[in-house]
Design a protein around this ligand. Structure first.
Ligand code: ASP
Ligand code: MG
Length: 411
């Protein structure tokens, strides 16, 4: 098929930007404006406001325990939220006086093929012929985000927040010149603006940094960032109604050798820690702890194992507070662990400094620890990656810790 003559942009609008019909009409005007500038415009929408939560809530009123046998129905149900947004937005565009036309498409109609992993399906391929046909006839194409169709012709969803991934995947398939994510915050900040009053908007971020910064302002589906990195699609995150430059996430951001390498201080609250003492220091022990947790979909974060002593070792790890009780039940059932050796602690938080090149600059860890000590914040666990240093601290210390580190690294 011939390539499109104009540049293509993909714009994604989140549920918070599509709260009601008035908001939808405003967005329609914005989209028409982009189209009038000569672009091919593909718009990806999320469900309006809290629609997805409400649909799930309705489901739980009928099915008490959602099990895998309901997955197909749940996906059908949840996919309707995005379809409502797409149709209403298309109506708003089609009723304009300028003669601009649009067409609404479900994920399957837009050619989005996925595997059959209901609830967290992955996109396998995008059949772009329909999209191209509609764009060639100068229509604005509105695609319902977060959904696709499996080989068995079942509707699937991509996981909560998945419309971001739809947008980036479409941008990649259509070789779009940009992918714009519109949301209800101005972009990504140097710290959580609810904790640090003078947190600054970050103008440029690398994909790697963005993956670590999920908590700082705009939240994006992590798979969308991975996909954008693979296809090298620059993403811009912007406020849907305020005029602001927003944050651009892209590769190849150059920083000279002398620079402040810290780009942000992400924090996460409601974290718990489990410690297992007196474990046998033999091969397979860690696997026997983490496999059953993984099988139940429990995400483990920071893991620290102490050096072995007399054939015994201790292991600590953090997880979300919501999963603590379930995790303890699973560990209690394990025949490798003596239940009396399992201890847990709630009310923790995670604070990190993130920036490309952190690992090559030994001074940064020391500065972080020194400033936390100065603020009398006790560090319970430490981990590092190439671009991040993370400390687990008491949740009650998070305001103090974040503000202290923000002052140190951003003034
Ligand atoms: N509506 C879905 C959700 O709430 C997908 C999305 O918003 O991206 O998770
Ligand atoms: Mg979202």
């Amino acid at each position: 098929m011939s390539s499109l003559s104009n540049k293509t942009v993909v714009q994604k609008y989140g549920g918070s930007s599509l709260k009601n019909v008035t908001a939808i009409k405003k967005i329609a005007e914005k989209i028409i404006k982009t189209h009038s500038e000569g672009f091919n415009v593909v718009v990806v929408v999320s469900a309006m406001g809290k629609t997805t939560d409400q649909l799930l809530y309705q489901a739980t009123k009928i099915i008490k325990n959602i099990s895998s046998k309901h997955n197909r129905d749940i996906d059908m149900l949840l996919s309707t939220g995005e379809i409502v947004s797409a149709t209403l937005l298309s109506m708003a565009i089609n009723s304009n006086k300028l003669g601009v036309n649009s067409i609404s498409l479900t994920g399957p109609q837009a050619g989005i093929k996925t595997n059959l992993n209901h609830g967290s399906a992955r996109i396998s391929k995008i059949e772009i012929s329909r999209l191209k046909k509609e764009l060639s006839s100068k229509k604005i194409v509105i695609v319902a985000g977060f959904q696709g169709v499996s080989q068995t012709k079942d509707i699937t969803t991509l996981g909560r927040g998945g419309s971001d991934t739809t947008a980036v995947a479409l941008a990649a398939a259509l070789k779009a010149s940009s992918c714009e994510i519109y949301t209800d915050v101005e972009g990504i900040f140097t710290a959580d603006p609810n904790i640090v009053k003078n947190a600054k908007l970050i103008h440029y971020l690398s994909f790697e940094e963005m993956l670590e910064m999920a908590s700082l302002g705009a939240k994006m589906h992590p798979r969308s960032i991975e996909l954008a990195a693979i296809y090298n699609i620059p993403i811009s995150v912007k406020h849907s109604s305020k005029i602001s430059k927003g944050t651009i996430i892209k590769s190849g951001i150059k920083k000279m050798e002398i620079r402040e390498v810290v780009t942000g201080i992400p924090t996460e609250r409601k974290i718990s820690k489990i410690t297992i003492n007196d474990l046998d220091d033999t091969p397979g022990v860690a696997a026997s702890i983490f496999m059953p947790l993984a099988n139940q979909g429990i995400n483990i974060d920071v893991i620290v194992q102490s050096a072995g002593n007399n054939g015994k070792t201790n292991l600590s790890f953090t997880l979300s507070e919501n999963h603590l009780n379930q995790a303890i039940e699973i560990l209690n059932d394990s025949n490798k662990i003596n239940s009396k050796n399992i201890n847990s602690e709630q009310g923790l938080a995670k604070i990190s400094i993130v920036g490309t090149g952190i690992q090559n600059q030994p001074g940064y860890a020391a500065r972080m620890f020194k400033n936390l000590a100065g603020a009398k914040v006790n560090i319970e666990m430490i981990t590092t990656s190439e671009i991040r240093i993370t400390c687990i601290i008491k949740d009650s210390d998070i305001e103090k810790a974040t503000n202290t580190l923000h002052k140190e690294f951003f003034g």
